[in-house]
Write a protein that binds this ligand. Structure first.
Ligand SMILES: [Zn+2]
Length: 256
């Protein structure tokens, strides 16, 4: 299956944003069952990506000639999410059934259906990808340049979340490429930044197009109280690749 990712990689004039992916086989099921890899971790993600990414190319058909592992390390998290979602689609089909708990009445609804091929992807052009994303912080008069979250950052987030002290500054530091003249940016660099400047960074992250995205927010309506709520699809959780989330439910749904 050949897919287009929201961002891709720029290498000189070439924009590598097409990725040929495989379907899951027995070997990858072993990763998903490996407790050391998956419990409280995302250790299965690089292994699945390394096995499943077959080639990377531009729209003109120029193939990436370097190591594919390097591409995986350099793709923003939204590209990785897109690849994981498309691997699931390529393996079990686009229909994904999941359960969700209503935040208003706690009703558990099983078999919410999500069509993975309908998720909205917002693509970045090569020009947008090359543009420096920076914001001037008014209080400190320092410029903050932002960057996407990469695979290595995601492992740091897993560690930070486990330790849970310095949560805010540590996670924010991963999104800042440069603060004034300082790069890379460490959590301690953010400790003394005034809260109003941090708010400006967060505001800019929401408003500016830092990276192309795949919209994994799912709007749902509770079957009991009929109120609407939204959840986020977590394709980094090993259960995302559980085949029964597509098949078992698919059969019951077909009978309705
Ligand atoms: Zn409800």
């Amino acid at each position: 299956m050949l897919i287009k990712v929201p961002n891709g990689l720029l290498e000189g004039p070439d924009h590598f944003n097409l990725i040929e992916i495989d379907e899951l086989r027995g070997k990858q099921q072993n990763y998903l069952a490996d407790k050391d890899l998956v419990v409280g971790n995302i250790g299965h993600i690089p292994k699945i990506l390394e096995d499943m990414v077959l080639s990377v190319q531009t729209e003109a058909g120029i193939k990436w000639r370097g190591e594919l592992v390097e591409v995986i390390q350099r793709l923003p998290s939204n590209d990785l999410e897109t690849i994981l979602i498309k691997i699931r689609e390529n393996t079990y089909g686009p229909r994904f059934y999941h359960e969700a708990v209503c935040p208003f009445c706690n009703e558990v609804t099983k078999d919410f259906r999500l069509d993975l091929d309908q998720l909205k992807i917002d693509f970045l052009t090569a020009n947008e990808l090359a543009t420096v994303k920076s914001v001037l912080l008014l209080k400190t008069n320092i410029e903050a340049e932002l960057k996407p979250i990469y695979l290595a950052d995601m492992f740091k987030i897993v560690d930070i979340t486990k330790k849970s002290n310095e949560l805010v500054t540590s996670i924010l530091a991963l999104s800042i490429k440069r603060l004034g003249d300082k790069s890379p940016v460490e959590p301690k660099d953010i400790d003394n930044i005034p809260a109003s400047d941090l708010r400006a960074i967060q505001q800019y992250m929401n408003d500016a197009k830092i990276e192309g995205t795949i919209d994994t927010n799912i709007e749902l309506e509770c079957s009991k109280c009929k109120k609407e709520f939204s959840i986020k699809l977590n394709c980094f959780d090993p259960s995302f690749f559980d085949p029964t989330k597509g098949y078992t439910s698919l059969n019951t749904s077909a009978m309705k």
